[in-house]
Design a protein around this ligand. Structure first.
Ligand code: SF4
Length: 349
């Protein structure tokens, strides 16, 4: 296995970026790192020109998404098999990309897995478009054509056994986005399905049907996921992996520890691998010297005085405010209740 070059803890490399540009879709995009970087380099002649611009409110995507053709075949040039997070700074299922462009990306991903033994991790917030395309015969015909164009080995797609080394994931920062996107993910053919709850901005309760149906859960409920109305196409599909992380960077919002613990405990109960990536900028622990602020269980930051806490509790009487400290990602670390959680799907190794 190659040495890791990515700073993202759950992958080996995140430097395959064959597209540039995006647009915000939900609250998790509010402090998008990629948008900030593109805005910083958006002057004429710089790589971000045309895809982002500086505004009085900060960097903003323009909506243009551009293929980086010179970077498309990078994974074919990397000879040591690696776990590759594809396009960590964009979204493969962005509405500005044509079906042909996405098929081209996908064909390269298939080639990288087959010819080089890489594993490709694709993460999207456009779950509906991913589901639509990856269930479309036309899309897979285009993927096969691209592979033939490149004169690599023939590719025959079989929906019953999708490419084994392509993992598909969706981002879900809160309950609403989990409810919207996870059913699309489960209805998409994939060898491995994962959810990245980063930046986690609220508690998420998984539907038990989304988690792998262990013999005990099936016995307890007396039914399989495919029995549920509207889930007939999903069958036994379930989540294979859950990643959790807090927000970092300027204006980062805190992740209440109970939200992270909730994900951890649901995964443990269902036997789903759980990866705790980071706290983000806000740490939870008594060993930080920085001024403590109180974070309510709905994510608001309030002065830790009895008056402000009482007011916060009246506004959202859910209690459980906790002290947190904005100390930066490095110091906040990645221990949850004193230990790291680095679980991966079994197929990973
Ligand atoms: S989808 Fe990802 S890359 Fe696009 S704006 Fe949102 S956070 Fe940024």
């Amino acid at each position: 296995m190659m040495a890791r070059t990515s700073k993202i803890e759950w992958t080996d490399r995140s430097d395959w970026n064959p597209i540039r540009g995006c647009t915000r879709v939900s609250e998790g995009c509010r402090h998008c790192y990629a948008e900030r970087m593109a805005g910083r380099f958006s002057k004429p002649g710089m790589w971000g020109h045309g895809i982002a611009e500086r505004t009085p409110a900060g960097a903003r995507w323009t909506g243009r998404v551009a293929m980086q053709w010179d970077r498309l075949d990078l994974p074919m040039r990397w000879r040591k098999p690696a776990m590759i997070f594809a396009s960590s700074t964009a979204d493969w299922f962005h509405e500005s990309l044509t079906i042909d462009e996405i098929a081209t990306l996908y064909a390269m991903a298939v080639s990288a897995t087959v010819e080089r033994g890489h594993t490709i991790q694709i993460l999207t917030k456009r779950a509906a478009r991913m589901r639509e395309l990856l269930n479309s015969d036309e899309f897979w015909r285009l993927v096969a054509h691209r592979r033939c164009d490149w004169a690599w080995s023939a590719f025959h797609y079989d929906a019953a056994s999708p490419p084994t080394r392509i993992w598909l994931g969706i981002s879900a920062e809160d309950q609403q986005r989990a409810d919207e996107r996870i059913p699309h993910l489960l209805a998409t053919p994939a060898a491995v399905r994962f959810v990245s709850c980063e930046p986690l901005l609220g508690p998420i309760q998984f539907d038990p049907l989304w988690l792998r149906a262990s013999p005990s859960t099936v016995a307890a409920s007396g039914r399989l996921p495919s029995d549920a109305p509207g889930w007939t196409r999903i069958g036994m599909n379930a989540l294979d992996w859950v990643i959790c992380g807090g927000e970092s960077g300027p204006h980062a919002r805190p992740m209440h520890p109970q939200w992270a613990r909730g994900l951890r405990d649901q995964c443990a109960a269902a036997g789903v691998p759980f990866f705790f990536k980071q706290w983000g900028a806000w740490g939870n622990g008594s060993d930080f010297a920085a001024d403590a602020m109180a974070v309510t269980s709905d994510g608001r930051v309030v002065e830790p005085t009895s008056d402000s806490l009482a007011a916060a509790d009246r506004a959202a009487p859910i209690g459980n405010a906790t002290m947190m400290h904005c100390v930066g990602k490095a110091r906040a670390g990645r221990l949850l209740d004193g230990r790291e959680h680095n679980e991966m799907p079994e197929v990973a190794r």
